[in-house]
Design a protein around this ligand. Structure first.
Ligand SMILES: [Fe+2]
Ligand SMILES: [Fe+2]
Length: 178
């Protein structure tokens, strides 16, 4: 009994660290997209700024949960920032449907992980589950609003979706093992 409780605790700590790093990645994706997006997708700028503010709030939710538990941030924290920023810069260069397709692909993977995390943590770590529950509605909104923009094009969603999904899965997989 004690052992399974410890295991659940360790899983919760991993999840909080990975989510914290992931939100840092998300902040930097939008920051990167805004660099060229101002020129290539002016109609998305207000929305990208709005999403970036959500991601900063999400990052703070996980940061404060880590602080409260005395846990250090994930070693993938800086990697997420760099990777996110590069992904944001590149997709921002390609314009509106590339930007939106990136968000759809990232959020699809993220939402699946968040729901799985909630299933595991619901009975074992109420605070961690609450932190995750807070952000799910925002991520769903980012996904849904971006999906309507991405549907305006065929090329970038087809090209970017598999690449971005695999990259996002890999970062989460790596983060859970660091
Ligand atoms: Fe987020
Ligand atoms: Fe998001």
């Amino acid at each position: 009994m004690k052992q399974s409780k410890n295991r659940a605790h360790t899983f919760a700590e991993h999840v909080l660290k990975v989510n914290h790093a992931g939100e840092n990645g998300a902040v930097h994706i939008y920051a990167g997209q805004l660099v060229f997006g101002r020129l290539t997708a002016p109609g998305l700028v207000a929305e990208l700024r709005e999403f970036r503010i959500h991601e900063e709030t999400h990052r703070e939710i996980f940061a404060s949960e880590l602080r409260r538990r005395g846990i250090r941030r994930c070693r993938s924290f800086v990697l997420c920032a760099i990777g996110g920023y590069v992904l944001g810069l590149m997709t921002g260069l390609f314009g509106r449907t590339a930007i939106a397709a990136t968000t759809v692909a990232v959020e699809r993977v993220v939402l699946a992980h968040l729901r799985e995390q909630l299933r595991f943590l619901d009975g074992s770590d109420a605070e961690a589950a609450a932190a995750i529950s807070h952000i799910v509605a925002d991520e769903q909104e980012h996904h849904d609003r971006s999906a309507t923009h991405a549907a305006e094009g065929k090329f970038w969603p087809a090209v970017l979706s598999p690449v971005v999904e695999i990259s996002t899965e890999s970062v989460i997989w790596l983060g859970m093992r660091l």
